[in-house]
Design a protein. Sequence first.
Length: 556
Amino acid sequence: MIQKKIRLGDLLVEKKYITNDDLKKALQIQKEENYKYKLGEIFVNEGFISPKKLAELLSHQLNIDFIDLYAEDIDFDLLSKYPFNFLKIHGVVPFKEDKSEIYLAVSDPLDYDAIEHIERVNPTKPVKIFIALKNEINHILDRLELIETTKTLINSVKRDIKSGTYRADNEQSSIMKLIEVIFKDAILKNASDIHIEPSAKNVTVRSRVDGILKESFVFDLDIYNALASRIKILGNLDISEKRKSQDGRFSMNINNRVYDFRLSAAPVMFGESIVMRILDQQKILLKVDELGLEGENLSLFEELLKTPYGIIFVTGPTGSGKTTTLYAALNEIKSVENKMITIEDPIEYQLPLAQQIQINEKIHYGFAEALRSILRQDPDIIMVGEVRDEETLNIAVQASLTGHLVFTTLHTNDAPSAITRMIQMNLEPYLISDSLVGVVAQRLVRKICPYCKKEYRLQKSTFQKIEKYLPKEYKFYKGEGCDRCSFTGYNGRIMINEILKVDESISHMISIGMNKYEIAKKAEEIGSYHPMIADGILKAINGITTIDEVLRVTKW
């Protein structure tokens, strides 16, 4: 074990990261806080030095290797041998061992007491110390806590079921605690959905992160019925009905935040597949310039929002972020001077200065019925969650022609196809040309993980597909894969889009029945439309996403 004594403050002054006055200020803060924080934490919190720079400096000064814990295969069985509270308080992770040594990651290599304690627990093996970032250590310890909590709960659930004391409606039951662990795990990963899927031998819990499903837990099949029944009770579903699909909704407070869960249960071969969409009620509404719109597309979209009346469509498949775009648009133009009403299924987020209506098909109060009734509410701006039928489309168009600005969605592959879709729904071309302001088509692509991003060259076949969209100079990037991105190379998602603005020339082409290809070509010529693949390639060149992602979701 190292015993080299070092005064951190003096070292930072010597290396000219801080001044003597900065050191005095940090020591004063430490004293005022009753030594609650270590000096290194204060230096970081005060902005004197970054956590990584501090760790690298100590690594060099003390001759201790710096390690990226996210790139290591953590031995959680080894971790569980040590008192969790001790690991958490001191910020240490014994992450693996071999025949001769225990490998210990520490955030503070000067915490000799913690290092000596680890050595006392395993006196037969010396400890090899590595310096790691505190947030990485905390993340590993959070995962350990989740694993240990799950083990205990699973055993508790089994005991309850075996003893006959289990009750599905018990709020304090072990199965309810297990459900909370599943939810916390998904929220920690920023998942959008939770999937619980029974098979012949076990039940798998998967979370959808950045549009891709990842396995989170695998439980024994004997707890599945208890798990499924308790979730169905949360969503007010009939637990005795297992032959047909059911939908529900419930709210829960997780980590002091309120989340809504949209629940779907569907019969499958070995039980019921349960899927829950996670909606954060405290999520901050995005601004228009935070959606992924930029350059000419951002300018086109802002022009559409300034229109006093007409209809604006946002199109794309399920899960392409259409609702987020609609909310951002409404949030941009909301005003105390305007009456804004939305019709949704379901209401996902609370929108300031808007009256939001939840449709209810069970009582035959759908989009068309709600839209017809709200026109008597004297609205200025209307948002219809989705145009599903000819009747809803006709009422929405009539509303736009009588002085209302209407926002809604369609399921089409690109912006020009929205025109074709409206004609297929028996809307006359002259009504489309008179009412349509513009169409936004979009997809979500995964963003490159910033922690493992590197430059790379395209394959020749890929280059040939996109060559006509490339500038003279360009670079492309991809993620190599690391623990921070679960070795996928991606972390987060961003929108790519195309916008068709309907000006006089495009309106005339629509009215005389010209097809979508002719309209798209003309719109490109006059600069009121750029295909989605061009926006995706621009984001790839800027190092935001990969060409593979762009080609995965766009037509080329």
